[in-house]
Design a protein around this ligand. Sequence first.
Ligand code: SF4
Ligand code: SF3
Length: 517
Amino acid sequence: MFCFQCEQTAGGKGCTNAGVCGKKPEVANKHDELTCTLIGLARAASGQKTTPETDALVMQSLFATVTNVNFDPQDFDAFIQKVNEEKNKLGGAEDFAPEALFHGDPDIVSLRSTLLLGIRGMAAYAWHAYVLGKQDPQVTACFYKGLKAIGEDHSVDEWLELLMEFGKTNLACMALLDEANTSAYGHPVPTKVTTIIEKGPFIVITGHDLLDLKQLLEQTEGKGINIYTHGEMLPAHAYPEFKKYVHLKGNFGTAWQNQQKEFDNIPAPIFFTTNCLMPPKASYADRVYTTSVVGYPEMKHIPDAKVKDFSPLIKQALELGGYSEDQYRTGINGGNELMTGFARNTVLGVADKVIDAVKGGAIKHFFLVGGCDGAKPGRNYYTEFVKQTPMDTVVLTLACGKYRFNDLNIGEIGGLPRLMDMGQCNDAYSAIQVAVALAQAFECGVNDLPLTLVLSWYEQKAVCILLTLLALGIKNIYIGPSIPAFFSSNVRNVLVEKFNITPISTPENDLTAILAK
Ligand code: SF4
Ligand code: SF3
């Protein structure tokens, strides 16, 4: 096997014996086979109209190969078979050779992999929009075009052009998902979320899929079961549609990498709607439920349906009964309240206040400290960075990296909290909209704003977002905890030269350098 798609890859180079994530060689090899078969499908589809079923299969297959989504070899056999069937219906074509996927000239492997990993990330977002009935032809076409391009030879300049074009399409995809979520559930509003777990039966729901949450809330209403969000599901509390459910109580635990500790002996079922799933420990394996493209051998799976049937989860939640006393749990810094809901509508709604505060000197700088969390000890950087930001600065955040600091109270500026959670990783769209609006208000470019992006990455959704930011011409991004292993030294040099991407160093050094500008 060879896999270097995520930040925790072995030795910072690539997993070759087994995945640090728990992915077995058999599954890794099936990921490659599936990818190469998808390239064959994209070749066959060239110049033809595809059906919504084929489009859905392409998105699901790509999504399933994202880190911490699916560990079940049988699921991949089924995907490979279906993709082959669809390819043959379209007249057939030769697949890409799996041995060529990650081998050859290091720069070409790097560029090819970057596009592939970005496409995998975008497939997750496109899928969430798709289940809410939203598709954008430009986004759908990009999967076929991108996969086909991955199987072809290109010059370095052509690859870079493909990557920038992809980045722009991913912006359209995030816009599509934003539209899907806000039209279904309303615009998020600032919301305080408790970390206290009340006694009695409960279910923990994790991942990014809001439709799964909606259906779970409907089916558990009035049954004496409380629902707690986990990980990337936290921002759901801020949507008006979800506020209607009084049994949506609060947030359980912190970011994904702590799940094996936090779910140990939990008296409740845990429902994984997407990544990040870690190999379950025996103490809670009988309570793990997966759905959609998420899978793990022997774990219970809620089958796809227009309305999913959560009765096994509900039954088990009632049987387990939850805690016998309220649990006073906290975030990692000891706080027991998390604020969320500062998506674009909220922030742009107070744009006048923000602009006045910048003009009057009350706000000197904005930081976007966001992205994925992970297990590396160096990720403590992000906690320290936020703690050390001066009082006349604002910290915007999004995605699961925020659990490093989202229970901290870092004060207010002019009636606004200094720390504002914009939502899930896909809500990077909100952050981009806010940055563009500020740039318009100040009649300057985004790069001229007193704004610095300090990003943390782990999996492939972060890759597609990074490509979007670069395609928008956003420079001076700080990235950590390490530079992706799939960036060859030459590709890395190009990114530094063209975009001044900077690896994080220490919070003190980086803050001094940023604020000195
Ligand atoms: Fe290794 Fe990450 Fe690939 Fe898992 S997803 S096999 S940890 S590089
Ligand atoms: Fe987190 Fe897995 Fe990426 Fe959506 S849930 S940001 S790591």
